[in-house]
Structures are given as C-alpha cells and as structure tokens.
Design a protein around this ligand. Sequence first.
Ligand SMILES: Cc1cc2nc3c(=O)[nH]c(=O)nc-3n(C[C@H](O)[C@H](O)[C@H](O)COP(=O)(O)O)c2cc1C
Length: 278
Amino acid sequence: MSASYEDEWRARFGETTGVPQDAPEVPWLRQLLRRLTHRRYSDRPVAEPLLRLLLAGAVSASSKSDFQQATVIRVDERARRDRLAALVPDMPWIGKAPVFLVFCGDARRLERLGELRGHPADNGKLEGFFNATVDAALVLQSFILAAETAGLGCCPISVIRNHPDAVAEILDLPDKVFPLAGLCVGYPAAEGHISMRLPLEATLHTDCYDDSHLDDAVTAYDLRRDARYSLPREQQRQPEVFGYASLYGWSEDKARQATRPEGQDFPTYLRARGFTMD
Ligand SMILES: Cc1cc2nc3c(=O)[nH]c(=O)nc-3n(C[C@H](O)[C@H](O)[C@H](O)COP(=O)(O)O)c2cc1C
C-alpha cells in the first residue's frame, strides 16, 4: 500500500519539496516525522514494568564492536535528584519530571573486563572515549524513540556536562565514566511544537560532500521557521554585543549561541578521570 507523507513532511520541514511519492505506509515513520521534545509532564507516574521495558529496548541499540559501553543511572533518590536539579535552576523540568535518567559513556567496563580476564588494556584514548560516547548516544536516542512510541515525552539534558565534577560526585561516577546527558521522562502535559529541521538538500549530500548551496538553503529555512514561529525580540541572544535583528532566524540564533561555548570544564574533567585522548 502506498501512502502520502505530505502532512508529516510539512510538519517537519515546513514545505513539501522532495516529499516521496508512493512510499510504503509505515505508521511509525509518521510518528517519527512528528516527534518532539517535551519539557512539561503530568503527574501520571511511569509504571515500573514499562520503564524497565523501555530500558531493555534502549540497550538493544547498536554498539561499536559489541563493546556495550553505555551505562544508564536511574536517579530515584530525591536528594540526589534535587542536587542535580539545583545545578541548573533555569531548567526546572530536571527536578520535576516523573523519571530522571543519566546516560553515561562507560569506558571503564571494558578495562575491567581486561583485568578480569588477564588482558589489561588502556581504553582512555580518543578512540575509547569516542566509542563510549557514540554507544551512550545511541542508547539515549533509542530510549527516547521507544518512550515516545509508548506515549511518553522526553527531554535530554546535556547541560549537566557544564558541571561534570558535581555530577560525578552526586552519582559516584568512577574514572573513565562520564555523563553524556540526563533525560527527563514523563507523560506530556501539553501538546508542544514540532521543531522544523533543515531541508534534506542541506543535510543529505549525494556521492560527495557539497555545501555550496548552504546559504540559500538556510536563508529559506530561516524564513519558513520564522513564518511558523517568530522568536520574540526579548529572546534574541546577546543584543548588547550583536544588536537586535529585524529577522532573527534560526541561523542567527545558533550563530550567536555558538559564540558562547559550553562545557568548558569537561576536558579537564575527562583528563582528571583517566582519559588521555591520545
Ligand atoms: C544531546 C542532547 C542534549 C540536549 N540537552 C538539552 C538540555 O540540556 N536542555 C533542554 O532543555 N533540552 C536539551 N535538548 C533538547 C534539544 O533542545 C531539542 O532536541 C532540540 O531543540 C530539537 O527539538 P526537538 O527534539 O523537539 O525536535 C538536548 C537534545 C540533545 C539531543
């Protein structure tokens, strides 16, 4: 059976250019095209069997070399959660979400296996860090998609990496284990808004890399996004440095945001925790 994804395409990209015709009907793809982050949750608890099932689904993600270098920490204890939430007061959803998980890259477990089996190896080089990062990211995204499929809403929280030492202390993280992101989970309290994505002409290249049309693609994307939702003037970043823009599009917002790098303490944290990054 062939199907039209025009509505979902428009929701995701703000236009229907390039929407595939006569594609097969896959209901989950409709949901994927309409997925979104949720930051407000109802009081309805997430049943324990469902949560366990979702975690089992999450760790079913692909894993580099089958090394399985992700560890998830469920933060159930109120005092620990409150301490994590206090690190980021402008994101109250960290403390309020019915469930809070922390997805960690875990380069330690592989080293422990080496010790247990008498073949010690250093897993603190860039490759070890990178593999653990990718594994943890795949488990995180698998959890999110599984949870959304079950009607839940999620919000990843990478800002905890701006406070790596405090997070490690709160969660008793050992060397070679690092927080990738927290995750708020709960039943959504509001419908929310689909965040438009760049068109495939910008993010999908054929045969070789080619970003020669980036300027035009991004300018058109900015206009589409702005037509759906204009960022209010008071949300323009650093007007004291950059002034106020009459059209404050996504690209202006992200370019300004990137001038203020985050996670400055993270490299020091990683080196202190045994990652040489060689
Ligand atoms: C790795 C990662 C870290 C994120 N960290 C945060 C965060 O610290 N706080 C937050 O409110 N949202 C966070 N988000 C959510 C993004 O802001 C959101 O995914 C993005 O705006 C796109 O929106 P969408 O998921 O609704 O499409 C994070 C998302 C990812 C993938």
